[in-house]
Design a protein around this ligand. Structure first.
Ligand code: 3PG
Ligand code: MG
Length: 375
């Protein structure tokens, strides 16, 4: 995989560069961008190109609704630089607007998923996108697990490079695939059946794996504890996980009863009325020394239902991690949003990945379709 920083500045000047970013950003009730994290992280590639006189044509998807517009992202970009929004993808408006760009200018095209041919990886659409530019830069690590036209198709038709964020994501998560010992991994989320292969891999590679979030409910259920109204997966962990010497589960839980009251209990004390919503204080204490003494920490997935206000123990874990001298890689799904919500400063939290599903898949496989396409 060649990175953009291997291209000389004179080769970039005046060139039309198609940048595939992942600016799939959450919107608030008013339809404005609610979280800038991916935009902030992805902007360094845009700025790098623009400063070298490239004509920067950004494409991204947003959401999964084929009607959705990415215009709110164009408005959010105004904080970073001057961007022209072109409400088109491969038609005459996009062709005309990109043909008359000046050096350093930045445009954002419409949501890629407004055209069904994007997810179908359809060739006429791929060629339409490629025809807008002379170079292709893929900076969309968070979407690199999708074999879509803008990700795996376009690089067949243009000289292709990884963007600066793509480079950093791959470099940092490669380190997390071969962590220095003592190492500590925390994995949350739901749907055990989709995470089982990663859990098994992390048990091999890490000295300790601590399971949190809804995955921990599956552990309690598999151990024969009552789980009340908690979220339980279709499949449950087997003895190869539960009895693995590297495996750790919470030793206490926060439950919410039907009257909305929250209490901390031992897993065996959960009753039919309870819903497990987070871990508890003893669980945090039980992993504190691992966090303090590790050389490497991987964290993916909040400890509980932070979106319902159960942020306290995610915050406690984030604080412990921020004080640890370990190298850290954090990401996956809602983790960054939960950390932002917790208010723990991000400076001491190591590398924060923009990837959700892409990060977990890269951890498991060490590659992704979008990365293969750049080879
Ligand atoms: C993400 O947010 O995980 C990526 O942007 C991919 O989005 P998708 O799951 O809708 O393909
Ligand atoms: Mg190639």
């Amino acid at each position: 995989m060649k990175c953009l920083d291997e291209v000389s500045a004179c080769e970039l000047k005046g060139k039309r560069v198609l940048v595939r970013s992942d600016f799939n950003l959450p919107l608030d009730a008013k339809g404005e961008v609610a979280d800038m994290f991916r935009l902030k992280q992805g902007w360094k590639t845009i700025q790098y190109l623009s400063e070298r006189g490239a004509r920067v044509i950004i494409v991204s998807h947003i959401g999964r609704d084929p009607e959705e517009t990415i215009e709110p992202v164009a408005r959010a970009m105004k904080q970073f630089g001057s961007v022209v929004f072109i409400p088109d993808l491969v038609g005459a408006p996009a062709q005309n607007a990109t043909a008359v760009m000046r050096d350093g200018e930045i445009v954002l095209l419409e949501n890629l998923r407004r055209d069904a041919r994007e997810t179908e990886n359809e060739e006429s659409f791929t060629k339409g996108l490629a025809s807008l530019a002379e170079l292709y830069v893929d900076d969309a690590f968070a979407a690199a697990h999708r074999a879509h036209a803008s990700i795996v198709g376009v690089p067949k038709f243009l000289p292709h490079y990884a963007g600066l964020l793509m480079r950093d994501e791959v470099r940092e998560i490669d380190v997390a695939r071969a962590p220095e010992s003592p190492s500590f991994a925390i994995l949350g989320g739901a749907k055990f059946e989709t995470k089982a292969p990663l859990i098994k891999l992390l048990l091999e590679k890490y000295d300790q794996l601590f399971i949190v979030g809804a995955l921990a409910d599956d552990v309690f259920k598999a151990r024969g504890f009552p789980v009340g109204r908690s979220l339980i997966s279709k499949e449950l962990p087997d003895a190869s996980i539960l009895e693995n010497p590297h495996f750790l589960a919470p030793i206490d839980v926060t439950v919410e009863s039907t009257d909305g009251q929250a209490r901390v209990k031992k897993p065996e004390e959960v009753v039919a009325d309870d819903k497990i919503v987070d871990i508890g204080p003893d669980s945090v204490a039980s992993v504190a020394s691992f966090i303090a003494e590790s050389k490497f920490i991987l964290w993916s997935g909040p400890t509980g239902m932070y979106e319902n206000g159960y942020i306290h123990y995610t915050q406690a874990i984030a604080e412990l991690i921020s004080k640890s001298p370990a190298k850290k890689v954090i990401g996956g799904g809602d983790t960054i949003a939960a950390i932002e919500e917790s208010g723990v400063p991000q400076e001491n939290l190591g590398f924060l990945s923009t990837g959700g599903g892409a990060m977990l898949e890269y951890l498991l496989k060490g590659t992704l379709p979008g990365i293969e396409a750049l080879m």
